[in-house]
Ligand binder design. Structure first.
Ligand code: ADP
Length: 476
């Protein structure tokens, strides 16, 4: 079922439920107060009727023909006929009765009976009772009638059924409730449709965007600008699309770069081998060294790719142990100093004495330093300078490699740690890597719980820094 239909149906059900509850509660309340009102009314009437009958007895000194009083009242002529005292009594109490209501024994009030002193019915609003004994049950009120202090009879009212006006009142309330339900359902339906449209249209837009994305239209974005949760979902969706697009671009770059990186050394090797085969060149130590260099280049690329896939799979295993900072720096300096010399770049290591030991996998941290130093050597021109330093921090050591090289544009600085990222400058020159060196360095540093960052100014130089944890002696 569509969301819009679900919302509309829920709204209608809610409106129906609310009307039902309100009508039930108001029905109970109305019935209670109505019963109350009728009870009060009846006992008041009983008294008035008693007075009416007592004055009849006083006037006649017996009950002969008393049925005429009941008949007169049953016809609804009320107290205005005959017994003026009653009329005054009613007015005196300020009680207002509608025309024709009178004492209205009968249909809407229950039956009134007059019994003599022996309990025999001598008059009744329903004349079929006359001559019978007063019933024991079904008596709602009974009022002994006295004249000059002597009992002359008893006025009895049998339990009343709901009168006509009560049922009319209840049915008019029911009618009004039904109308209220119809109006509430209509309003709920209108609001349901409006709200569901409002809610479902951004979702529909998101669905379209998701389908387009699934169809590899990676540049498509969801045009949802609401400030609610759906808006948040849309902006997360767009972020996801953005990162998918970026990753797809990087993946394409990687394939192109890897192919390119492999093609160059492979074609050099192939050319050399074919020339040797055709005896165009002779096998000399120089050709073998240059061919070996190309094999090393391919090897490095394959290693980097393997490293990055391990990091992707979360399978970088670290053999951590207590390591002296000097131990690492010596290894790195030995490997980099000769290359620096060859390129006429001055290389120095600035390591203060007394640094705490590290808690690292030494091979991995050497690799991080070598990746950063390889870049520094690659992007620094002859006559430049590279400095490796280490300073203590809180529970960590901060290593930095500073160079006086080409520097990195501010806009590119944020991307240098991304996989397969290469700046346009480095693309244009030969000898660059595949854009994996810094991404691998970042994975390795983060696997140790450290951070890595870069600062740079174009044509002034760059500085790459990272932190690694110091070794803490186990307590005891
Ligand atoms: P690569 O293996 O291609 O050098 P890296 O991930 O090591 O890849 O570096 C990514 C990019 O960062 C390089 O292509 C280069 O543009 C830039 N870069 C890294 N180090 C430096 C540096 N010391 N000086 C200038 N640019 C640098």
């Amino acid at each position: 079922m569509k969301l819009a239909a679900k919302i509309s149906i829920s709204m209608v059900l809610l409106a129906l439920l609310a009307t039902l509850i309100v009508s039930l509660l108001s029905g109970i309340a109305i019935r209670n107060s109505f019963d109350n009102y009728i009870d009060k009314n009846l006992s008041y009437r009983l008294e008035l009727y008693g007075e009416l009958l007592t004055s009849y007895y006083q006037d006649n000194n017996n009950w002969t023909d008393v049925q005429s009083v009941f008949d007169t009242q049953s016809k609804g002529r009320g107290m205005s006929t005959g017994y003026g005292r009653m009329n005054q009594g009613l007015r005196g109490t300020g009680h207002r009765m509608g025309p024709g209501m009178g004492l209205m024994m009968g249909s809407n009030t229950g039956d009134f009976l007059l019994t003599d002193l022996n309990g025999k019915i001598i008059a009744a609003s329903d004349s079929t009772y006359i001559g019978k004994q007063a019933p024991d049950s079904a008596v709602k009120y009974s009022l002994p009638l006295k004249v000059n202090g002597d009992p002359v009879g008893t006025l009895i009212m049998l339990s009343n059924q709901r009168g006509e006006w009560e049922s009319e009142f209840v049915s008019s309330v029911t009618r009004a409730t039904l109308w209220a339900a119809v109006v509430a359902v209509a309003i709920a339906l209108i609001f349901g449709v409006i709200i569901s449209r409002h809610l479902s249209s951004p979702i529909a837009m998101l669905t379209v965007a998701a389908k387009r994305l699934a169809g590899r239209e990676l540049g498509y974005r969801a045009a949802v600008s609401t400030g609610d949760e759906i808006g948040e979902l849309a902006s997360s969706f767009n972020d996801m699309a953005e990162s998918l697009e970026r990753n797809e671009k990087l993946r394409r770059n990687l394939v192109a770069d890897t192919a390119h990186e492999l093609r160059t050394p492979l074609s050099i090797l192939r050319g050399n081998l074919e020339s040797m085969q055709e005896e165009v060149i002779t096998v000399s130590p120089e050709t073998i060294i240059s061919m070996h260099d190309e094999v090393l280049r391919i090897n490095r690329l394959v290693n980097e790719l393997q490293e990055i896939s391990l990091a992707d799979a979360g399978e970088l295993r670290l053999n951590r142990r207590q390591v002296r900072v000097e131990e690492l720096v010596e290894k790195v300096a030995m490997l980099s100093a000769s290359e620096a010399r060859q390129k006429d770049i001055s290389f120095s290591a600035d390591i203060p004495a007394g640094l705490p030991d590290l808690d690292v996998d030494p091979d991995r941290i050497v690799q991080v330093l070598l990746n950063i130093l390889a870049n520094a050597l690659r992007y620094t021109r002859p006559g430049g300078m590279i400095t490796l330093s280490a300073v203590p921090g809180i529970d960590e050591i901060v290593f930095s490699v500073k160079d006086t090289g080409d520097g990195i544009e501010a806009g590119e600085l944020a991307n240098v740690f991304e996989r397969y990222y290469r700046s346009d400058r480095s693309r244009s020159r030969s000898g660059g890597g595949a854009g994996l060196g810094l991404a691998i360095a970042k994975s390795l540093v983060e696997a140790h719980g450290g951070r890595i960052w870069a600062e740079s100014k174009v044509n002034e130089g760059s500085s790459f820094s990272f932190t690694v944890p110091v070794y803490k002696r186990q307590p005891g």
